[in-house]
Write a protein that binds this ligand. Structure first.
Ligand SMILES: *Cc1c(COP(=O)(O)O)cnc(C)c1O
Length: 363
């Protein structure tokens, strides 16, 4: 069966792997002989618990998650994590340290400020977040509760090439837009969180990978649903979880494993990104990259054209040719191609060819 698929460069929700969608379609009305859809199963059933545990096992394998860490599937998006993290881990006499690298870091900081004391230890706001700043240990207060970073800046198209690592500092990362895009050393992080709708599956599930050590810091009497311990104790089944989303996530994780795992996916992502960055770089200034070279994202490629008219023409023509989601965020302008794991190489080749052609006609 051939399917007409868009060249989907949406920033999120975004492309899902076609084989995943097809398998979900196949299993939709009768999941593994139950005579029910996954959506119709009890979240307390053995069948659903198997789905959830399979997703955890596959993620553990793909990221080599050590048994010092636990995986949670929560609701409320990455945005609820902005609040839950300080509520659970920003103690009274402590300071939450934030690196500002874009709009999502700012939002994380804003929510932490409502809970306790915070400080900005580095920022590239003055240059409209073109790059990732360097970090100095001296900037971290002695009573730092944790250091919060955004590993990939979805809107600005920048990504940490190397994560900061300071002894005795709990590192917390929002990996919503680049989790599983490349191998990482999970043991270096105290908490990783990611809304699923960019690189993991559909919206509605948030993956949290949390170091169990951290749990003893959680204050008593937090609202039950906002206390990480609640979800740890119940294997993310305290209340009804987003069952279909967790099922889709498990299929996406299986798909990554079938590709050869995160290392293979990372090589592919590098090829995809190089195609588009190379169209920018060889355009003699027709396309201007937003990110500096050392901070370029593998997941979101941001660039501008010489003026508004050309940008509008580029977007209109690209739409005619089947490209979706290329308009940039208003805070950067221009264009953005989000090339998450599920975006095929072929779509990036087509976009690079379109960019070359458009530049040759209009430069
Ligand atoms: C999309 C995004 C968010 C917001 O995620 P929600 O799940 O919509 O709350 C947060 N951080 C980053 C880096 C993002 O890309």
């Amino acid at each position: 069966m051939s399917v007409k698929r868009a060249y989907n460069f949406n920033a999120g929700p975004s492309a899902l792997p076609l084989p995943v969608l097809q398998l979900a379609q196949q299993e939709l009305t009768d999941f593994k002989g139950t005579g029910m859809s996954v959506m119709e199963l009890s979240h307390r059933s053995k069948e659903f618990e198997n789905v959830l545990n399979h997703a955890k096992e596959t993620l553990t394998e793909l990221l080599s998650i050590p048994d010092t860490h636990e995986i949670l599937f929560l609701q409320g998006g990455a945005s609820l994590q902005f609040s839950m993290i300080p509520m659970n881990f920003l103690g009274k006499d402590q300071v939450g340290a934030f690196v500002l690298t874009g709009a999502w870091s700012e939002k994380a900081l804003k929510e932490a400020k409502k809970v306790g004391e915070t400080t900005v230890v580095a920022s590239t706001k003055e240059e409209n977040y073109r790059s990732i700043p360097t970090l100095d240990r001296a900037a971290l207060p002695s009573n730092t509760a944790y250091l919060h970073i955004t590993s990939n800046n979805t809107i600005f198209g920048t990504q940490w090439a190397e994560y900061p690592k300071f002894e005795n500092i709990d590192l917390i990362a929002d990996m919503s837009s680049d989790i599983l895009c490349r191998p990482i050393d999970v043991s270096k992080f105290s908490l990783i969180y990611a809304g699923a709708q960019k690189n993991l599956g559909p919206s509605g599930v948030t993956v949290v990978i949390i170091k169990k050590d951290l749990l003893k810091r959680i204050p008593a009497n937090l609202p039950t649903m906002l206390d990480y311990n609640t979800h740890i104790k119940s294997n993310s089944l305290y209340n009804t979880p987003p069952t279909f989303g967790i099922y889709m996530l498990s299929l996406v994780l299986d798909w990554i494993k079938e590709q050869g795992g995160v290392t293979v996916v990372a090589e592919n992502n590098k090829k995809k990104a190089e195609l588009i960055y190379s169209s920018i770089d060889k355009s003699n200034g027709f396309y201007t990259p937003h990110a500096t070279n050392d901070s370029r994202s593998l997941m979101n490629v941001t660039f501008t054209l010489p003026n508004e008219e050309l940008t509008a023409a580029f977007l209109a023509q690209s739409k005619e040719q089947g490209f979706v989601g290329l308009a940039g965020h208003r805070s950067v302008g221009g264009c953005r191609a989000s090339i998450y794991n599920a975006v095929p190489l072929e779509a990036c080749q087509a976009l690079a060819a379109f960019m070359d052609e458009f530049a040759s006609v209009h430069a």
